[in-house]
Design a protein around this ligand. Structure first.
Ligand code: SAM
Length: 348
C-alpha cells in the first residue's frame, strides 16, 4: 500500500548500466569507419513530434543536424556517441549508405530507381556490416520502406525493388516482408525512406530497432512507447536529488527510462493492479532502487507535495479503463502539487 512503505533510498548509479541496445558495443565495431575515415552520416527515425527533442540531444552530443523532416533526421555524426550511446528518444537509426532521387508517384519510377541503384556507390558500408552482407553461405537481409505522399505502389513494391538490387549486388538472399513472415534472427536490416524529393538507403548497425529496449521483459495494456517515455522524462527536467512519482506506473516504462538517464533521483511507482507492479519490478531489475507500490492513484496517502515531479501516463478510458474517469485523478494530483513560488522581484 502507499502508506507505511519505507521511504525509498536515494539512488546511486548502478554499476550495471546496460547500453540502450545490448549489442551496441558489438555494433559499434561493425559500424566503425576505417581509421582516419570520417564518421558516418546517420539516418535517425523518430515518432512524429519528437524530431526536435532528438535533434537537440544530438547537437548537445556534438553532432551536426543536416536535415529535419517528419519522423526523420539526417545527422552528420561527429563522434562515436551516436553508436555507443544512441539517443533514447529515437525509434531507430541507420548508417546512411546511398541517396537517389525519389522514384515519384508512378510504379515506373521503381524501375528507374532499380537502374540507379544498380550503379550507385555503396562504398559507405562499414566493413563489418559488409562482411555480414557477404557471408558464406549467403545470409538473409530484409528491407523496410516508408514514404510520404500518395503513390501508385505499396511499400512492399518499393522494398522488393530495392531488395532485388541489393541481392544481385551482394549475392545475399532478400527476405521479403510482403507475406508477413518475420525475418529470421541475424537478418541484417536495410531501411529505405522517400520524402518526395530524396530516397535514402540506410543499414541498421544494431541487431534490433532502438525502441525495442533490452530491459522490457513484459508490458501491460496501454504500455507507453519507450522513446516517448524517454521524451517525457527529458521534458520533466529532472535534476539530481529530485523525488519523482508515477502513480499509474503499469510496466514501469516512465520511471525506468528516467532512471537510465537520471539515476540520481529518487523514484516511486505505483499501480492499483498488483500484477502491473510485479511486471514493473521485473522490468526494473537493473534499477533495484526504484520503489514500487500497489495503491490507488486517487488516494495518495500524503499530499503529493512530498514529491517534486509526477510523470505519468494515466488511464484514459479507452485501452485502459478509468473507472472514476481521469479528471478526479488529475484534480487530486493538482491539489497536492506544490504551489509554484512566484519568482522574487528585484529590489525586495
Ligand atoms: C496507460 S497505463 C500505464 C502504462 C505505463 N506507462 C507503461 O508503460 O506500462 C495506466 C495504468 O494505470 C493503472 N491504473 C488505473 N487506475 C488506477 C488507479 N486508480 N490507481 C492506480 N493505478 C491505476 C492501470 O492499472 C494501468 O497500469
Amino acid at each position: 500500500m502507499w502508506g507505511g512503505s519505507p521511504p525509498p533510498q536515494p539512488l546511486t548509479r548502478s554499476s550495471f548500466m546496460p547500453a540502450i541496445r545490448p549489442a551496441a558495443a558489438w555494433s559499434y565495431d561493425l559500424a566503425r569507419p576505417n581509421a582516419g575515415a570520417a564518421h558516418p552520416s546517420i539516418l535517425v527515425r523518430t515518432v512524429h513530434g519528437l524530431e526536435q527533442l532528438t535533434a537537440t540531444d544530438l547537437i548537445r552530443n556534438g553532432h551536426r543536424i543536416a536535415e529535419v523532416s517528419k519522423r526523420q533526421l539526417v545527422v552528420e555524426s561527429r563522434n562515436d556517441s551516436m553508436l555507443t550511446d544512441p539517443p533514447r528518444t529515437a525509434d531507430d537509426l541507420f548508417v546512411l549508405i546511398a541517396s537517389a532521387p525519389d522514384p515519384g508517384r508512378s510504379k515506373f519510377g521503381l524501375s528507374s530507381l532499380a537502374a540507379a541503384l544498380d550503379h550507385a556507390d555503396l562504398s559507405a558500408i562499414p566493413p563489418g556490416l559488409l562482411r555480414r552482407m557477404r557471408p558464406h553461405p549467403p545470409h538473409a537481409f530484409s528491407v523496410s520502406a516508408s514514404f510520404t505522399g500518395k503513390r501508385n505502389f505499396s511499400r512492399y513494391d518499393l522494398e522488393d525493388a530495392v531488395g532485388d538490387v541489393l541481392a544481385r549486388r551482394f549475392g545475399a538472399a532478400h527476405h521479403s516482408r510482403r507475406f508477413g513472415v518475420a525475418p529470421p534472427p541475424e537478418t541484417i536490416d536495410w531501411r529505405v525512406t522517400a520524402d518526395g524529393t530524396t530516397l535514402r538507403l540506410g543499414l541498421r548497425p544494431f541487431d534490433a530497432p532502438l525502441h525495442r529496449r533490452a530491459w522490457r521483459r513484459k508490458t501491460v495494456a496501454g504500455s507507453i512507447h519507450p522513446p516517448v517515455a524517454a521524451a517525457m522524462a527529458e521534458l520533466a527536467q529532472l535534476r539530481p536529488g529530485l523525488r519523482v512519482l508515477d502513480p499509474c506506473c503499469g510496466a514501469g516504462t516512465l520511471l525506468i527510462e528516467a532512471a537510465h538517464v537520471r539515476p540520481d533521483c529518487t523514484y516511486v511507482g505505483g499501480d492499483h493492479d498488483d500484477e502491473a507492479v510485479r511486471i514493473a519490478t521485473v522490468n526494473a531489475l537493473e534499477h533495484p532502487d526504484i520503489g514500487w507500490r500497489v495503491g490507488d492513484a486517487g488516494a495518495l496517502p500524503e499530499a503529493t507535495s512530498s514529491v517534486d515531479r509526477i510523470i505519468s501516463n494515466p488511464p484514459w478510458g479507452a485501452q485502459v479503463p478509468a473507472p472514476r474517469g481521469l479528471a478526479p485523478l488529475l484534480d487530486e494530483w493538482r491539489r497536492g502539487a506544490p504551489r509554484r513560488r512566484p519568482p522574487d522581484r528585484p529590489g525586495r
